[in-house]
Design a protein around this ligand. Structure first.
Ligand SMILES: Cc1cc2nc3c(=O)[nH]c(=O)nc-3n(C[C@H](O)[C@H](O)[C@H](O)COP(=O)(O)O)c2cc1C
Length: 344
């Protein structure tokens, strides 16, 4: 049977040349304005030369008070479109597709002098500030910020859009019963905790008609929190709303130490894919081509998201290809002097 990691994958009109995705990773290399810098051009285009099928930029922040950390890239204003469009074009010119992950850090936001916001006034842990409970008006404004971010992502020519609902940030805080104690239509039952995500997907769909992914934390690692089974049910709702792929990460809501090991998050991607019949992405300590191939060939996920290995090695796809004995494209500049690849 042919190799799967280097087979193409089509979602809507977007065709990825392989199943390797550079996972979103905040680089904190912008400034207060959240604009694209030379660092971003160098960092992301080198992974395009390295033959990633899809490159996610780090979380793009939908409101300047929702920073994951200082120096995050922004998508909260139309002024960001130009820099993002240029970055997207540069990456695409080397054959990779580009994803925008949009998010807000909620009660984990790092911005001096502003109140933290969250579904309920529950701090992450004892040493963190207590957030202010969002009013319904805040929630409605926040939903519009996502709509605007989706419009800007479209104007900047991104190929894929991902809504960040993971890692203990704002939308994850709504989904989890540990952080959402609301008694209005945005909290309480499992379905009501999903209400804000539902409304965001609806408004995003008004602006964005390309591939739409959602990143989830498929377990809270807590006896009173969400589990893989809860997310099977959430993924069913996402599928009805036209979400194309569920990107399965985990944790971040509860201050617990996560026991991570190779493929530790793959069972969630497997379960959601096979029970809900929706494409999934697997992520987390996937470091070798053989590991990735096993996940794909056994139909446990459709895309392989690679994080830290891509930080160590922009040419990780080539390393995986050599391991799997697959011949992949070489950037034309590297084929001069008769050598297909200098290492040979
Ligand atoms: C420096 C760094 C920054 C990260 N930033 C983000 C981010 O912006 N959005 C996100 O969803 N995940 C983020 N992550 C998580 C990664 O996308 C990925 O899920 C995680 O590192 C596990 O994959 P890995 O074992 O291949 O690194 C970050 C991880 C690292 C190491």
């Amino acid at each position: 049977m042919a190799n799967k990691l280097f087979s193409s994958f089509k979602i809507k009109d977007v065709e990825l040349k392989n199943r390797i995705v550079m996972s979103p990773m905040s680089m904190h290399s912008s400034d207060e304005e959240g604009e694209v810098k030379n660092f971003h051009l160098t960092h992301y285009t080198s992974r395009a030369l390295g033959q990633a099928g899809l490159i996610f930029l780090e979380t793009l922040i939908v409101n300047p008070n929702g920073l994951v950390g200082p120096g995050d890239l922004g998508i909260w204003d139309d002024k960001h479109i130009k820099g993002l469009r240029n970055l997207v074009e540069q990456i695409q010119s080397f054959g990779s597709k580009v994803g925008a992950q949009i998010g807000h850090a909620g009660r984990l936001a790092k911005k001096e002098g502003v109140d933290l916001i969250a579904p309920s006034p529950i701090p992450f842990n004892e040493s963190k500030k207590t957030p202010v409970e969002m009013t319904k008006e805040d929630i409605h404004k926040f939903i519009i910020e996502y709509k605007n971010a989706a419009r800007r992502a479209k104007e900047a020519n991104f190929d894929v859009l991902e809504i960040h609902c993971a890692h203990g940030y704002l939308l994850n805080e709504f989904l989890s019963p540990l952080s959402n104690h609301r008694t209005d239509e945005y909290g309480g039952s499992f379905k009501k905790r999903y209400q804000i995500v539902k409304e965001i997907i609806d408004v995003v769909n008004e602006e964005w008609n390309g591939p739409l992914f959602v990143r989830i934390s498929a377990t809270d690692y807590h006896k009173d929190g969400n589990t893989n089974e809860t997310y099977v049910e959430y993924a069913k709702l996402m599928k009805v709303q036209g979400v194309d792929l569920v990107d399965c990460s985990s944790g971040g809501i509860a201050p617990v130490k996560v026991d991570s090991y190779p493929n530790y998050q793959v069972p969630a991607a497997d379960k959601i894919k096979n029970i809900v019949n929706i494409p999934t992405g697997a992520v987390g300590l996937i470091t070798t081509g053989r590991q990735a191939e096993e996940i794909l060939k056994n139909n446990r996920a459709d895309l392989i998201f690679v994080g830290r290995e891509f930080l160590k090695n922009p040419f990780w796809p080539r390393q995986a290809a050599e391991e799997l004995k697959v011949d992949i494209e070489t950037p034309v500049q590297y084929t001069r002097y008769g050598s297909k690849w200098l290492a040979h």
